[in-house]
Each structure stands twice: as C-alpha cells, then as structure tokens.
Write a protein that binds this ligand. Structure first.
Ligand SMILES: Cc1cc2nc3c(=O)[nH]c(=O)nc-3n(C[C@H](O)[C@H](O)[C@H](O)COP(=O)(O)OP(=O)(O)OC[C@H]3O[C@@H](n4cnc5c(N)ncnc54)[C@H](O)[C@@H]3O)c2cc1C
Length: 322
C-alpha cells in the first residue's frame, strides 16, 4: 500500500472531474489516499472528496493560495510532504499540473512522469504508462531510488469512479508558512467562453483550416451545444485567428482524451494527432478520402462538413429527444 497525495484541482468553488479520477484510481488500488485541497476559503469542498476515494483530506489554506501560483503551491505541498511523507504525488496533466509539478519535483529532488495514461501500484512503488513520439508508442516507466514519485495524469484517461456517499474522509487543516514568495497574482481576467474546456469535456467537436472563418465555426458550435461538447481547433485554424489558442488541440496546444472526438475538416497531421489520438472514439469528417485523420478514426465520413454537420446535429437532437 502506498501513501498517495492527490493534488485537488478546483476553480470558483467547483472540484474538477480529473481530481475524482485520480482519487478513484488510487483508492481502487488500496492505497492510503490523501486529497490535498489548496486555496483560501475552500474548506467546504473537502466533504465531497471522501465519496470519490480520499481517506484523508488536508485542507491547506493561506491567502496566497487563493489564486494559483506555482511558487505558492509548491511551497505548500513541499511543506506538507515533509511532515506526512507521501510515496506518490499525483496531479492532473492540466495546464496547472503541467506548470507546478516539474517545479515541485525539482524542489523535492524527485522523479516526475508526465502525461500518464495508466497508473499501477506495487506496494509503495508506482509504475506508469505514458505516450511518446507524439503518441505513436507508449512506454512503461518505473521509479528508481528513494523519495516521492510524482506523476501527472491525462484528464479522462482513468475514468471517473461512481461516488459512494457512505464513504467519508478524515478532514485535517494545515496552515503552511510559505516563506517569502516572489510572485503573486495581481489580477485575474476571466475568459469569455462559457463552454467546457477541451481537456475536461467528454465530447470535443474540433474544426480545422477548412472552416475558413471564425464565423463558420458557428456550425460546429451548434452541434457542440446539442452534445454538451467543447469546441476545439487545429493549429491552422488558431493561427488563422478562427479560434483562441486555448482551444488548440495538439502538440503545441492541449492534449485531450474525451469519450468522443469529432474532427471536422482536419487533415490529421502528426502534431494534431499527438493531442487527440487517445480519445476513446474518433469520428472524422473530411472531403479527402486519403486524409491521414482516417487512419486513426473509428468512424469516417467522406464529405463536406458544411453539409454533414447540420445533418448530424439534427440526428443528435432527435436521439436526445427520444
Ligand atoms: C512544431 C509544430 C507544432 C505543431 N503543433 C500543432 C498542434 O498543436 N495542433 C495542430 O493541429 N497542428 C499543429 N501543427 C501544425 C500541423 O502540422 C498542421 O499544419 C495542422 O494541424 C493542419 O491543420 P488542419 O488540419 O486544420 O489544416 P489542413 O492540413 O490544411 O487540412 C484541412 C483538411 O480539411 C479538409 N477539408 C477541406 N474542406 C473541407 C470541407 N468542406 N469539409 C470537410 N473537409 C474539408 C481537407 O481535405 C484537409 O484534409 C504543428 C506544426 C509544427 C511544425
């Protein structure tokens, strides 16, 4: 049995689904699973974590943790790790996890495996599987030596466990001293999108250069609304200014692993595939039957997206209504 820290992600008083995945995977392996809830005024969120597998919740509060900074997070987690001594520290491979976990690994003089898609535990040892070469292969990684083993896990890779409301966690408070911090958040400017983020949505509808304009993305947005999906984009679409960079899927964008990924007018360049090939079901719509995207697609439709997407939207609508 390993003592596992799961770093909780929350925003605006809501816990992220990726946290539940990590708690569930750790608890299912019989580990002593500690949820680490950082922030300021976040104690109310602690109760929910037990139902997903946490045996203990450490509520780590400080005014400097209200708005995320890698520096404050690392200082607080390192301080807590020193007193609790975890074997493993897990975080989501979200923009936040990708940001602070390498810094934390350096601070703890520990190893880090990033963007993992499978976790295995053998006593106190962690074994992970992660993609390499833009997703063309996967490698198994074991940690050697002593000290905590750190890993970030791709959202949606493990699946969300069913919450068990009869389970509860022991809730403990921890007030870190944090020391002299050199950075602080001066202002948070909210993005305008009300849609789910591509990394968190279970359905992603993505469009490429072929959409030809920002306005034409409306055709994808309408289908996404029916499916409750996020809207993603290829880099070509982002570079052309059709979508903001936060929607970009791929090697230099976000890595997504939804239940369903619908690629509309995207050729399937290796750099795009690197961000979406671990999706559970891939549907591709493309006028070119030779487009590389069809090599990774579970279902392919050869045709014009402007004709096909509105038809699919109507079919999804009907299916939902019945
Ligand atoms: C270092 C580096 C990093 C990169 N990072 C990324 C990244 O993170 N993400 C990413 O996406 N790319 C990335 N790229 C770019 C990548 O190589 C491709 O150029 C890009 O993915 C192409 O985008 P696209 O598929 O939208 O456009 P195109 O390759 O131009 O493909 C458009 C597709 O739409 C089809 N089409 C045209 N009209 C229609 C229609 N009406 N209906 C249906 N289909 C139609 C065409 O047949 C074609 O297959 C990167 C490149 C480099 C060098």
């Amino acid at each position: 049995m390993a003592k596992v820290f799961v770093i909780v992600e929350q925003r605006d008083g809501r816990l992220k689904k990726s946290t539940f995945e990590l708690l569930g995977a750790s608890a299912a392996a019989g580990n002593d699973t500690h949820a680490i809830l950082l922030g300021d005024g976040v104690a109310d969120l602690a109760k929910e974590l037990g139902a997903y597998g946490a045996s203990k919740v450490h509520v780590v509060q400080n005014a400097s943790l209200k708005n995320y900074t890698a520096e404050a997070y690392c200082a607080a987690i390192a301080e807590l790790a020193k007193s609790v001594g975890p074997d493993v520290i897990l975080a989501s491979h979200s923009p936040t996890g990708r940001d602070f976990m390498p810094k934390l690994a350096a601070k703890l003089n520990a190893g880090l495996a990033s963007d993992c898609i499978q976790l295995g535990f053998d006593g106190g040892k962690l074994k992970v599987r992660r993609p390499v070469y833009a997703g063309k292969a996967t490698v198994e990684v074991e940690f050697v030596g002593s000290g905590p083993q750190l890993a970030t896990v791709r959202p949606n890779a493990l699946g969300i466990p069913k919450p068990d409301s009869s389970r509860s966690a022991e809730i403990m408070s921890f007030t870190p001293s944090l020391g002299d911090l050199k950075t602080k958040v001066a202002e948070v400017v909210q993005g305008s999108s009300a849609r789910p983020d591509v990394t968190e949505a279970s359905v992603v509808v993505s469009g490429g250069r072929s959409l030809k304009s920002a306005e034409n993305f409306k055709v994808l947005e309408e289908m996404a609304d029916v499916l409750g999906a996020a809207v993603g984009a290829s880099r070509a679409a982002v570079d052309a200014g059709f979508r903001p960079h936060r929607d970009q899927v791929g090697q230099t964008g976000k890595v997504v692993s939804p239940t369903l990924y619908i690629a509309c007018g995207i050729s399937g360049a290796i750099q795009h595939l690197a961000g979406m090939r671990s999706s559970k079901v891939i549907v591709a719509i493309n006028t070119d039957p030779e487009a590389p995207i069809f090599q990774v697609a579970d279902y392919g439709i050869v045709g014009d997206l402007f004709a096909l997407v509105p038809l699919l939207k109507e079919e999804f609508k009907k299916t939902k209504e019945h």
